[in-house]
Design a protein around this ligand. Structure first.
Ligand code: R5P
Length: 293
């Protein structure tokens, strides 16, 4: 029996104070459902509107990549400095402690390996798994211009439909095939197609020329993909340029975990992303953290 005797009369109605109606901090996401916004707010830091995603999902098509041979030894020490981990359910379950409070972006497309045609992917994870694993977003590879372009687009749109049903955002990852031009025109096309078809945010590559036209013509947030390992200053410069030209964060893998000092590098990337630190200053930070280690 609930205690209903002596209930205090409600009287603090603040009639003169209108209820606040807050906007949402991420571009193009204001009309999304509460659950999707809440999950995006765990991926992107609401204080800066940006994210440092650590991508360690490479094994899903290329096996034990350099730096990822032992995720328990090489990657877990980096986790405190990331906002978000992007990975497969296999590594999540087998290596990442369930006590983590980091946002998880789960790789849900797959089915191809480096031995065959990479664009030949399908959806490789049931929605029930994403719910069970309490993920903040599901990542699907989209191969615009690739051999299995249509199939990869449909993989993404299917996941958007399912994600909208359950309140889980979809990250579209624009993959570039060997023969595709890596220029602003291509990435404008790829990102815009993904956004038009419902992706909640998009991972794409940085290009030196006109990257701002890629971000400005994409109605939802873009995170910059890292790509192959380059010198630390170049990677920090690339991240800085992408952020200054409208990216809402980075999703970097090899340029962090293949660095000489990954723990220092992820902190330097974090300073560029969240504090607008300039590349040379971030390199100094990297070097000083590297020495301390
Ligand atoms: C490929 O497109 C996957 O998402 C990668 O496995 C990963 O996210 C790439 O990260 P990075 O290019 O920064 O090593």
């Amino acid at each position: 029996m609930p205690d209903i005797d002596g209930i205090k009369e409600a009287k603090n109605f603040y009639i003169d104070i209108p209820q606040k109606s807050e906007g949402f901090f991420l571009k193009g996401c204001g009309s999304l459902d509460w659950g999707i916004k809440n999950r995006l707010s765990r991926i992107f830091n609401p204080a800066t509107g940006r994210t440092v995603m650590l991508a360690i999902d490479h094994g899903y098509f290329q096996g034990p990549t350099t730096g990822l041979e032992r995720v328990d030894i090489n990657i877990l020490p980096l986790v405190p400095y990331a906002d978000t981990l992007m990975l497969t359910r296999g590594i999540l379950r087998s290596v990442v402690p369930a006590s983590t409070r980091k946002a998880i972006v789960l790789r849900v497309s797959g089915g191809a390996s480096i031995l065959k045609e990479l664009s030949n992917e399908d959806i490789a994870v049931d929605i029930e798994e994403s719910i069970r694993l309490n993920v903040c977003a599901m990542a699907v590879q989209v191969f615009i211009g690739g051999e299995f372009e249509k199939e990869s687009i449909i993989n993404m749109t299917r996941m958007v439909d399912i994600g909208n049903r359950y309140g889980i955002p979809v990250l579209a990852v624009t993959a570039v095939g060997k023969d595709m031009a890596r220029d602003a025109k291509y990435f404008q096309l790829a990102c815009r197609i993904c956004a038009e078809l419902g992706a909640h945010y998009i991972k794409t590559y940085y290009v030196d020329k006109d990257f701002d036209t890629v971000t400005s013509s994409c109605p939802v947030p873009i995170v910059m993909a890292g790509g192959k390992k380059i010198p630390e200053l170049d990677a920090l410069t690339m991240a800085c340029n992408a952020i200054q030209q409208g990216a809402s964060g980075v999703d970097m893998g090899r340029n962090i975990f293949q660095s000489d000092a990954p723990v220092a590098m992820i902190q330097a990337v974090g300073a560029v992303v969240h504090e607008n630190m300039k590349p040379k200053e971030a390199l100094k930070l990297y070097n000083s953290l590297k020495k301390k280690k």
